[in-house]
Write a protein that binds this ligand. Structure first.
Ligand SMILES: [Zn+2]
Length: 517
């Protein structure tokens, strides 16, 4: 309450500027300068960076390897060097992981961390309110520093919750400074990321073109591709284009945007729903017929597109990412069973912490439960004659699914499938020698996990953020003993500044006649 009271004294000019709240505060919070490494590497002998995890259970999420019990895992530099029992420690730092489950770092294939500042403001909203308030009204008033703070806090929370890679779907590129603030925050967080450069969807002002008529800004893609991302694909952060796509733009803009992505060799992604309001009639059918489709294309949501359109996308090598915790208000299933029927790999993500938890463990559960509910309801035929189960008390409630999924399937959605959707399948998403050392250790002795009968089910059904003991990204230790290694004083400063930014935006919303909270 006191925060709110003091911030109410801020002038309208200060509210609209938004910069003075964070001026002069150093940004990086990791113990070692970001130019060297995002955190303290475990170093032995001064130069070698090796870590040996001893006597552990490894859930590889690699179907050819399965679950490895009483096994060792050697991290050498950025990579997993070996996974077998009895690895000699040599010069390696040894971690006793006998009471841990080792798993691949989770991957979040769709999130707008730039919205973290409004975390929890919209859990009770109807869907249209997000578009009105965040994209239409407030988005264009975010300062670069507010974007920076949101992305850094959001990305650190992803790491803390066992997620080592995100697709940052950034559609608030008001100025190059906003874009650069995101890239800086992602770099400082130490997370592996695909940075998706998108465009905002504001309410048009008199005399302005509607956002759906504006092609993707080629000068910005050129600036990024010839500057920070000249060697795109090397390093922790890569560049993609988040275009308007067939739902939010007509065919002319799509012709421009797909051609721009092709010119700069960039993966594309688009928000997709389907239905009657699409700006390009027949959606991907038209995009494909025009020869525009990028085989690496990713569509998010897509709840209303039909089986044939899903198959068209999947057959061309594309992916669809469902965000079930957000889509729960949509009267159509998430894109999981439809993708499976089309022969594709389901992919899942968070979308926005304005309305739901940012934890991928939560999203795994929500995805499986929501899809199962839709499948069961769809397959239920109350008039069907059923054989007695021998238990007359349950005969009347037996349901059926046309697609069955296992806990391993669900874990794949959040790991290797998401890696493939982001073009990172050869680097991360599963554990095997030669892959990047992006991995998470869960405490198997925690009250919500023991006794561990099947570690895959433990992860997919029971685990949560509190079980994440240790996180490595690219071989670098980011969290240990349940504590993020990011400097706690810097984190406290980020919190203070982010809360100030939150009140500025809340006050601004009130001035616009749409109070929040
Ligand atoms: Zn989204």
């Amino acid at each position: 309450m006191s925060d709110q009271t003091s911030d109410k004294r801020l002038s309208r000019r200060a509210l609209l500027a938004g910069g003075a709240l964070v001026a002069g505060v150093p940004r990086s919070g990791w113990p070692v300068a970001r130019t060297a490494a995002p955190t303290t590497r475990i170093q032995v002998g001064g130069t070698t960076t090796t870590t040996l995890l001893k006597n552990t259970t490894i859930v590889t999420v690699d179907r050819s390897l399965g679950v490895l019990n009483d096994c060792d895992l050697l991290i050498d530099g950025e990579q997993i060097a070996e996974m077998r029992p009895g690895i000699e420690a040599g010069q390696a730092q040894v971690l006793d992981a006998s009471d841990m489950i080792v798993m691949p770092g989770l991957i979040n294939a769709h999130i707008h961390t730039w919205e973290t500042v409004l975390r929890g403001a919209g859990a009770d909203w109807h869907d249209h309110e997000y578009f009105e308030v965040v994209l239409g009204m407030l988005g264009e008033h975010f300062s670069p520093d507010e974007i920076y703070l949101s992305v850094l806090a959001g990305a650190l929370n992803q790491i803390d919750s066992g997620c080592t890679t995100i697709f940052e779907w950034f559609h608030n590129t008001a100025t190059p400074d906003h874009t650069d603030a995101v890239i800086q925050a992602l770099e400082e967080s130490g997370i592996r990321a695909v940075f998706g450069h998108g465009t905002l969807k504001p309410n048009p002002k008199p005399g302005e073109r509607h956002f759906s008529e504006i092609p993707h800004p080629a000068h910005e893609i050129k600036r990024l591709r010839e500057g920070r991302f000249a060697a795109n694909g090397d390093g922790l952060i890569s560049l993609a284009m988040c275009i308007l796509g067939p739902d939010y733009a007509g065919i002319d803009v799509n012709r421009h945007d797909f051609a721009l992505a092709k010119e700069y060799d960039l993966m594309t992604s688009a928000h997709i729903w389907g239905g009657d309001s699409r700006k390009t009639p027949d959606g991907y059918r038209t995009i494909v017929a025009e020869g525009l489709m990028d085989p690496r294309h990713n569509g998010a949501h897509a709840n209303f597109i039909d089986d044939d359109e899903v198959k068209l996308l999947v057959d061309l090598g594309g992916s669809i990412t469902a965000t079930p915790a957000i889509e729960v208000g949509v009267p159509r299933p998430p894109q999981i069973s439809q993708v499976i029927r089309a022969g594709g790999r389901p992919s899942i993500g968070i979308d926005t912490e304005i309305e739901c938890s940012g934890c991928m463990f939560d999203t795994m559960k929500a995805s499986d439960q929501l899809q199962t509910a839709f499948d069961s309801i769809g397959a239920y035929d109350p008039s069907a004659v059923r054989e007695s189960s021998g238990r007359p008390d349950i005969d009347g409630i037996v349901t059926a699914r046309d697609v069955s999924t296992s806990s391993l399937d669900v874990l794949e959605w959040a790991t290797i499938n998401n890696a493939h959707a982001l073009g990172l399948g050869s680097q991360t998403g599963s554990l095997a020698p030669g892959k990047k050392a992006d991995l998470v250790l869960l405490r198997r002795g925690d009250l919500n996990l023991f006794p561990v009968t099947d570690p895959v089910q433990s992860i997919a059904v029971h685990a949560n953020q509190s079980n994440v003991d240790t996180v490595f990204i690219n071989g670098v230790l980011m969290k240990q003993h349940g504590r993020l290694l990011f400097d706690q004083k810097a984190l406290a400063s980020i919190r203070t500044r982010l809360e100030a930014a939150r009140w500025r935006l809340f006050n601004l919303a009130a001035e616009f006649g749409r109070p929040l909270g």
